[in-house]
Design a protein around this ligand. Sequence first.
Ligand code: ADP
Ligand code: MG
Length: 344
Amino acid sequence: MKYKRLVLLCLIMISLLPIISACGKEPEKTVETEFLMDTLMELTAYGPNGEKAIDAAMGRIKKIDDLMSVSSETGDVYKVNKSAGQNPVKVSDETMYVVQTAQHYSQLSDGAFDITVGPLVNLWGIGKKEEVPSQTAIDGAKALIDYRKLQIDVSSGTIGLPERNMSIDLGAIAKGYAGDEAARIFKEYGVKSGIISLGGNVVVVGARPDGNPWRVGIQNPFKPTGNYVAVVEETDKTVVTSGTYERYFIKDGKRYHHILDPSTGYPADNGLASVSIISDKSIDADALSTTVFLLGPEKGMELVEELSDVECIMITNDKKITVSSGLKDNINITDEEFIYEEGR
Ligand code: ADP
Ligand code: MG
């Protein structure tokens, strides 16, 4: 008799399970992935409008990719580069905004980050080619790089390059802008909780559905994607990482990666393996992750400390982790192989 009652109780419990979970706190979750801007994009949204929000955000990312990729013939960047040495060309408002921001970081870093780095990016072709260019070719490309020559006319909405073969490249910043736009669209659709993951660029929208902050992993630069060295807890923030492991080739035991130093013409070689930036806007975090990487451990950290609401995690080739002063109490190092060094 007792046994029968127990079975009955269990049956009732099982039949109630879907109802209980439907009443639970976790709202509906939508996840979509697409390969865009040369990287895997994964958008996650919680709540009833998730799917619509993700579709609209993906559409916007595609538009940005079209406008700002060097190879899209219908886009602004392609047009500007094609017209180098001729007349400036009219660009869309969003391209103007991204170009102005890129120019700001070019100025801030005295050309370590340089929006006109195109000829060097093209010459190395990291991700497509696997050979070290000749010194003559490197010198030729270097001579074409100078952000101070870029002609930006906000009133007429035009951008121009004064010399033939000069070219702009927004590869270090456009994904950041795309992340900001995706987050804006999520909010427009009423999504209060979500994650926008565009390769090494992450934007967290709101907090987790249970109200706790999102936990964002910092990639181990020496292991495959998904292996983390540390975790930061964030709400409504962006975490963007630039590293030597994203796009590279190895020749004669040396690693050649895609963050190019315009002063040497070679991939930056300053002991850093990766730089992660945490800030409010992803366009800033994206530009800064590349800028700080190029400035190197000392000057890079100095710049971060000067900027408000910007934090940084640096990982060196000898597995040391240094963080900016504002992050010390909000980072959890999860991999014991790495040595945590107190910064300033
Ligand atoms: P990812 O594209 O993997 O997110 P980054 O944000 O660090 O990585 O951007 C690297 C890209 O930035 C390169 O592929 C190239 O298009 C561009 N780039 C490389 N060197 C420079 C530089 N010195 N200044 C500005 N952009 C650069
Ligand atoms: Mg970047």
